[in-house]
Design a binder for this molecule. Sequence first.
Ligand SMILES: [Zn+2]
Length: 189
Amino acid sequence: MSQEWNIRSRGHFCSLCQKPLVDKSPVVSALREVANGYERFDCHPECWKTTPRDWEPFSLWDGVYFAPVKEAKKEPLKKEDAGELLRQLVTLDDPAMKNVVYVLAVMLERSKILVERDAKTLDDGTIRRVYEDRRQGDTFVILDPRIRLENLAEVQQQVVALLSGTKTLGEVAGEEEHGEKPEAQPETT
Ligand SMILES: [Zn+2]
């Protein structure tokens, strides 16, 4: 089964009139829940307003469309690596990595790579946050695992270890599983 439904790329043509989106112009984006995930719409604002529809979006936001840049912009290497790591992690969709995925997304949001577009509480009480890559426009639907504050530093260290290459995804996934033990023994010194 494909686990790639959590990432939806931004289209380059209006989902409604099929004409090209205009560089640096407003775009309305929407996610629609379908049987196996989400269907993404990117539309001219006028098309979104004037086209009748019989469904309610899971998520809806206004953005700005940027045409793809041919030559990769020179950004600090670290940021590109972090974005690439997030893509890998979201595609893997490994439950053991849910904390790492979320903390990495928050770090990318703080460094202005991602912007949070929406947050949804599902019927089972879990929260899904919709992040969008500011330049590329890709959307990531990420589970907010509601990390307890005392675990945050550990998860941040795991993210840093992954980014610096001192740990592999497998090693970190193993640590996360151990970290899931219900109650840690109180340490006596
Ligand atoms: Zn259109």
